[in-house]
Design a protein around this ligand. Structure first.
Ligand code: GAL
Length: 408
């Protein structure tokens, strides 16, 4: 009996002193190295804390966001979770009263002076500041392998007209002109086509309701999207974004349009040298525009290890944390004071574009358009893939926009 009591006491004490944190994200597998580097910074600063790096695989968080929703609604929030800055966090978790206001942390850490004002606006409402941005990613990038293009006698197209013109000749070489992956990567391509066709002002107006999704200009986006799809691989639906990138790296495809986590994958995982092993350009017709998204971490109401979560956020927003994370991730720092000598040639060019370009928000990655809007926008995409009918897709997009409050 005494032995039993001793064991019970030991177990209770262990529970009482368990010092841990669960960090939830979709950065699994080869998306993981940057997050692991950030966690190392945390572990060095807070050595007594056990980190549970809880990941749910699936590009763009398509699976992780569903798992998170179940957990949040079931009263089982992680201590901190990855969430896109912008409408995604605000319209999903902030309006539902599920996040803690982090204004105090921004004040304590001096972050109001080091993050760009526009980015702070993306994570704020009149009532507070709701997450800590760890990076700025660019959505509208076209990737290629310079030596392959040279071999095929082509250059990265600056316009969709130029791309469509070179498409048949590339196909004639037995090469896919544009590598494409699963559904969310198709939405990712759509937003690049939309930005190219509409330009930054009218692209942005789609999400304020000033340009209806069934406007003739928006119908034309679908038409162009269809022409571009004709230059992609038939097995797209079954490929992850990494597999689509691999097609370019392996010379099976000429180009791919993907966010600059592809630069992270090619430089960090595949160890290719930026500018040599892979090249980049703004996606066609979008030079001068930087379609951004930002990964951030927040503090859910009811986080079981709140103090550790706050310290995690301190690290996520710190200079040391950002300069450990971003060079591996393929993103630029969300801070204005980062040490650019730590960043590779691609990232230096992204930083300079970010400073000079017109900034617009990504739909596929939560900066503009709420999660329910985006999730239902896939209806329009499906209709288009099934029927090829641009007007029908535009009508569906318009209906979804109305249903989810765009333009109201
Ligand atoms: C984005 C995310 C990036 C990257 C990408 C692919 O939504 O912001 O950091 O993880 O998905 O999974």
């Amino acid at each position: 009996m005494r032995r039993f009591l001793a064991i019970l006491l030991a177990a209770t004490l262990t529970l009482a002193v368990a010092n841990e944190i669960e960090i939830f994200s979709w950065w699994a597998g080869d998306e993981g190295p940057a997050l692991e580097a950030l966690i190392e910074v945390f572990e060095a600063r807070y050595p007594g804390v056990t980190v549970d790096n809880a990941t749910v695989t699936g590009g763009a968080g398509v699976v992780a966001r569903a798992v998170l929703r179940t957990r949040m609604l079931g009263g089982d929030p992680p201590d901190s979770f990855q969430v896109h800055a912008g409408d995604s966090i605000i319209q999903t978790w902030v309006v539902a009263g599920r996040m803690e206001d982090l204004t105090f942390l921004f004040e304590e850490e001096g972050w109001f002076d080091v993050f760009p004002q526009d980015l702070i606006e993306l994570i704020s409402t009149a009532d507070g500041v709701w997450s800590v941005p760890v990076n700025i990613h660019r959505s509208n990038v076209m990737w290629y392998v310079p030596a392959n293009l040279e071999g095929w006698g082509i250059e990265a197209p600056e316009t969709w007209d130029a791309f469509l013109e070179m498409c048949p000749a590339i196909q004639a070489e037995g090469v896919t002109p544009l590598a494409l992956g699963e559904a969310w990567t198709q939405l990712h391509l759509w937003e690049s086509v939309a930005l190219g066709m509409l330009g930054p002002d009218r692209y942005t107006q789609l999400f304020t309701g000033e340009l209806p999704f069934n406007d003739p200009a928006a119908v034309a986006v679908w038409e162009r999207f269809g022409e571009v799809l004709d230059c992609t691989n038939a097995d797209a639906a079954g490929l992850s974004w990494q597999q689509a990138t691999d097609m370019v790296v392996d010379g099976e495809a000429a180009f791919n349009i993907m966010g600059d986590w592809a630069a992270g994958y090619m430089a960090t995982t595949l160890e290719l040298e930026p500018g040599v092993g892979f090249g980049w350009a703004a996606s066609p017709d979008t030079a001068g525009s930087f379609m951004l998204l930002s990964d951030s971490f927040g503090l859910p109401v009811g986080a079981p290890d709140r103090d550790n979560a706050i310290n995690w956020l301190r690290v996520a927003g710190s200079l040391e944390g950002q300069d450990a994370f971003n060079p591996l991730k393929g993103s630029i720092s969300a801070r204005l004071d980062s040490d650019m000598s730590l960043y590779n040639a691609y990232l230096q060019s992204a930083a300079s574009d970010f400073a000079s370009d017109r900034q617009v928000g990504s739909l596929a990655h939560g900066a503009v358009g709420s999660d329910p809007f985006r999730d239902n926008f896939y209806l329009a995409l499906d209709i288009f893939l099934d029927t090829g009918n641009a007007q029908a897709a535009a009508n569906a997009a318009f209906a979804v926009a109305q249903q989810y409050g765009i333009g109201r």
